[in-house]
Write a protein that binds this ligand. Structure first.
Ligand code: C2E
Ligand code: CA
Ligand code: CA
Length: 543
């Protein structure tokens, strides 16, 4: 028999008579809809939505069967069945090493009247050994119809066990604002009705003030039923980044949802982070706030990222335009966010950076690190850049730390330094080759710095103070030349540009051609004298 021929809405009587089987044989099952951070494209959670696939009558939707179950006191059983399936799903993800996102389960307002509801879900959770952080409970605004006391006590019981609670359909009733004041919910879900119509009008204003208020309460907001990019962008512009809706994902059967989990990166709902110092979460994440304005307009290149100490990953959450310009190497903000930051680092560079992160966690202060990164872009090809980062912890959540990093691209400076070092090396080699000993004398401090060759052959230290006395004392300059040599220093200090003579050096009195050239500052004051000594070879003497 072809099932689809019979596919149709079921009558109330049919629903009720099939209910036992539906629970026992998993005809009632769960689809998952992702909750996404619209700024980063990452998943922050998912909602479990009940479906009923009758073997004869096909797929039934909640709007058809949930009211029937509620009316007949069966919703309670159905909800526990859903909770059980969600726990099984999470357990499977854990066992198969699939990344886990917290899943929100709907609680009917009628479940509130069942005193055991919280205890029963807790027993199911324990049965499958799923950590409580991977489960959330959605209660609806309408739950408060029966009185605040009941909802309050359920809420505190859920909190006692560690569940985060979402206020579903927020804004759909008249008493929304009061409810928020009286109920300590952890996440607000904006009702879908806000998502239609003209965002610039009254609806937009209400929406914007709800988001604003939620920020004051330090409560993350998820907007539901977002179908278009325009609405998502508008929501982002008023500070609501979390989105659940057809734009990103339809409710998806478990098998397909596992693929979605594997495809999309995850991140925590951010205000679950406790912010350090004087930072105000609400202000910081709100695009209209002063902090944001400073971050995006007046601060230097900066980004905010999460570092996980267990899996040692970095996820960039926010960056300003200057950051993109400074370290992006032609990449867009999206491309930077999508990339794994470690891909740019070699082993040493990554170690240096992670060491600095750990230092910053330890010191709770600013730490500096410089490292080379290899950036690969379509436009520029592969390019090596050197970044100096000033990093500081601004928040903490479990094994995750929130960091603020100010960066400078110091590639040019580094390259110039390297060039200088290279030049010095060339010069050094040239001296080696030409049998020249060289040194410089600072004409105000009388510090003398010998070249490498002097240090090696004559066992001189890197700096000789009170020059030339020590080399007279140690016999490098013979005593009969000491006064002449002291007089040379006086002449150089008083501005003589060049001096030279053949002087027998060391106790062996080996003849050397000793020369001095003076360097002056812009006012004509003598700064340094560069000395050199070349061995006078026999054929030189013969001339
Ligand atoms: P809800 O909790 O507000 O769930 C969101 C509903 O919006 C879902 O409808 C979802 O499919 C739909 N939706 C999501 N994104 C969009 C979008 O972009 N545009 C539009 N037009 N709709 C979108 P669904 O699955 O039909 O569920 C309807 C309601 O049934 C739910 O509303 C919830 O109140 C109830 N429900 C669903 N599952 C359960 C459950 O396990 N237990 C209980 N007690 N109620 C449930
Ligand atoms: Ca819901
Ligand atoms: Ca809802």
């Amino acid at each position: 028999m072809d099932n689809t021929l019979c596919e149709r809405r079921m009558s109330e009587a049919e629903l009720l008579s099939s209910f036992e089987d539906a629970v026992n044989y998993d005809h009632i099952f769960v689809c998952y809809q992702a909750q996404i951070n619209h700024s980063t494209g990452r998943m922050v959670g998912a909602e479990a939505l009940m479906r009923w696939k009758h073997p004869l009558y096909g797929l039934q939707y909640p709007s058809d069967f949930i009211p029937v179950l509620e009316k007949n006191n069966l919703i309670y059983k159905a909800d526990l069945h859903v909770f059980d399936m969600v726990c099984r799903f999470q357990k499977r993800c854990m066992e198969e090493g699939i990344a886990i996102v917290p899943i929100s389960v709907n609680m009917s307002r009628y479940d509130i009247y069942n005193h055991n509801y919280v205890e029963e879900i807790e027993a199911i959770r324990k049965k499958y050994d799923v950590p409580v952080k991977y489960l959330r409970i959605e209660i609806t605004e309408s739950s408060a119809i029966g009185g605040m006391e009941l909802v309050s006590s359920v809420l505190s019981k859920l909190h006692e066990y560690g569940y985060l609670v979402e206020m579903d359909d927020f804004g759909s009733g008249y008493s929304s604002l009061n409810i928020l004041k009286d109920l300590d919910v952890d996440i607000i879900k904006l009702d879908m009705k806000f998502m239609s119509g003209n965002m610039g009008g009254r609806g937009g204003t209400i929406l914007s003030s709800i988001v604003q208020m939620a920020k004051w309460l330090n409560t993350p907001v998820i907007a539901e039923g977002v179908e278009t990019m325009e609405i998502a962008d508008y929501l982002k512009s008023i500070g609501c980044n979390y989105i659940q809706g057809y734009l990103y994902s339809r409710p998806t059967p478990p098998e397909d949802f596992i693929s979605v989990i594997k495809e999309i990166n995850h991140e925590p709902l951010t205000p679950a982070m406790e912010l350090y110092n004087d930072m105000d979460t609400g202000k910081f994440w709100n695009p209209e706030s002063m902090e944001t304005l400073i971050f995006s307009n007046f601060a230097g290149p900066a980004c905010v990222f999460v570092y996980s100490t267990t899996d040692r990953t970095i996820e960039i959450l926010r960056m300003n335009k200057k950051y993109v310009k400074e370290v992006g190497n032609g990449r867009t903000e999206k491309e930077i966010i999508k990339a794994n930051p470690w891909d740019d680092h070699d082993e040493k560079s990554r170690k240096d950076y992670e060491d600095a992160l750990l230092r910053a966690i330890e010191s709770n202060d600013e730490e500096v690190v410089e490292n080379w990164r290899e950036i690969c872009t379509k436009i520029c090809g592969t390019d090596k850049i050197c970044i100096r980062s000033y990093i500081r912890v601004i928040g903490k959540g479990e094994d995750k730390y929130l960091f603020y990093a100010m960066v400078q691209n110091i590639t040019k400076e580094k390259k110039m330094l390297a060039e200088r070092d290279e030049k010095e090396l060339v010069l050094k080699n040239a001296f080696e080759h030409a049998n020249v000993y060289a040194w410089e004398v600072n004409l105000s401090t009388w510090d003398m710095r010998p070249c490498f060759r002097c240090m090696r052959d004559l066992q001189l230290p890197p700096v000789i103070h009170n020059y030339p006395e020590p080399v007279i004392e140690n016999g490098l300059f013979p005593p009969d030349y000491a006064d002449m040599y002291r007089d040379w220093m006086k002449q150089l200090a008083s501005g003589v540009e060049k001096l030279e003579a053949i002087i027998p050096l060391t106790v062996g009195r080996v003849p050397f051609h000793v020369r001095y050239t003076t360097e002056f500052d812009e006012t004509g004051k003598p700064l340094k004298a560069y000395g050199s000594a070349t061995l006078v070879v026999d054929d030189d003497k013969e001339k």
